[in-house]
Ligand binder design. Structure first.
Ligand code: SF4
Length: 377
């Protein structure tokens, strides 16, 4: 597979189709030597099963491991750190990675527990977990899904799980896009396997999965994310970190006409190709989120905090409670630290008149807090 290409395969036997995809992409030829330390980086943002559209299907990672072990590559490790507010160890259990680790004898490193090394990432110093630096060949296995702050997340942003929590918070104070692009410049991903099975098209925490039953392979994260935008109905410009990464030399976004290759899949009972996903309801959901965002004043909020707030607001919307909330009246984010105001969410707004503390506060707590507040209105 060339760097300017993206391979796709459709089916429901995720392990076997991933193995077929890697075979056709000739992954083994890209790995420098048999004892190479290979890191596999899924997306385990939170303890949520993959069918909800937020985390990487373990069957895909099983396919990667089987493909590699069958070809004599045994120096493998899985590594990931959940987002702030969630424990990786819990996500590893819930998402099926503990049993994967035992079944294949591949250790799982929780990067939330790892020490960090300060690295120069194209002119920006960034703390990166030591275990990620020690990997010689990194296989990134992101979920293609929407993101309530950056619009989408795929190959480039998935590397954020390889930095410590303190650095994740700092990324938000820097506006996310610049540091995400710089991280991609400082930490090479050598191969990408995209879980495009049922990502939530709006929300990184999942809940509204849209089934496509597709797995993709790519070598260039900029190209991969540019194509991901297209699949989500976005333009490259809607996700600024892609353009920044390209300007830093991480990859090239130009999608040639012949770049996308849909592989035929002949496993018994599998269709060659699945029809494209039905996006009915997607537009409605997009509009709903857009409207809910107008109720919030956000400044450098961490993903988990913001996402929990959106979850709570969606619940309130279903109950018809959001009509009592004035536009821009809920403040959230590190930009409000040491500031005063009326109503805030998260400990960063603890000096506000009314605040739901927590770092991050759970969606449940925010929901109860806002419900009480706006029932008074
Ligand atoms: S309270 Fe502030 S630091 Fe904590 S998760 Fe929310 S935005 Fe981030």
């Amino acid at each position: 597979m060339k760097k300017w290409q993206i391979y796709k395969i459709y089916g429901t036997d995720y392990t076997e189709m991933t193995k077929e995809l890697l075979k056709r992409a000739k992954l083994k030829k890209r790995i420098p030597h048999k004892n190479c330390r290979i890191g596999i980086k899924p997306n385990l943002i939170s303890p949520t099963e993959a069918c909800r559209g937020a985390t990487t299907h373990p069957e895909i990672v099983a396919g990667i491991i089987e493909y590699l072990q069958e070809r004599g590559f045994f120096n493998l490790v899985m590594l990931e750190g959940s987002w702030i507010g969630a424990r990786t160890s819990e996500a590893v259990k819930v998402c099926g990675y503990e049993s994967l680790s035992q079944r294949y004898g591949v250790p799982f490193i929780d990067t939330q527990q790892d020490e960090a090394v300060r690295c120069d990432c194209a002119g920006m110093p960034i703390e990166i977990c030591r275990s990620a630096r020690e990997v010689e060949f990194l296989i990134n296995v992101p979920v293609l899904k929407g993101h309530c702050q950056t619009n989408m997340t795929c190959a480039l942003k998935n590397l954020k799980g390889l930095i410590p929590n303190s650095e994740k918070s700092r990324f938000h104070t820097l506006g996310l896009h610049e540091p995400i692009a710089h991280l991609a410049a400082g930490l090479t991903q050598h191969f990408i396997v995209v879980d495009h099975i049922c990502g939530d098209l709006e929300f990184e925490e999942g809940g509204n999965p849209v089934t496509t039953n597709c797995v993709m392979a790519a070598r260039d994260p900029v190209l991969c994310d540019t194509y991901g935008c297209r699949l989500l109905g976005l333009k490259k410009g809607d996700v600024p970190y892609i353009g920044i990464a390209e300007s830093l030399g991480v990859g090239a976004s130009r999608l040639k006409k012949e770049a996308i290759l849909e592989l035929e899949w002949n496993s018994a009972g599998e269709k060659k190709k699945q029809p494209k996903e039905k996006l009915s309801g997607k537009q409605r959901k997009k509009e709903q989120l857009k409207n809910l965002k107008t109720l919030v004043q956000e400044s450098k909020a961490c993903s988990a905090c913001y996402s929990n707030l959106m979850n709570a607001l969606m619940r309130l919307e279903q109950e018809g409670m959001t009509r009592n909330i004035e536009k821009g009246s809920i403040c959230i984010g590190q930009g409000f630290r040491k500031k005063t105001g009326k109503l805030g969410v998260g400990s960063c707004t603890k000096n506000f008149d009314r605040c739901q503390k927590g770092c991050p506060p759970s969606a449940e707590k925010i929901y109860s807090f806002l419900k009480k507040e706006y029932q008074k209105v």
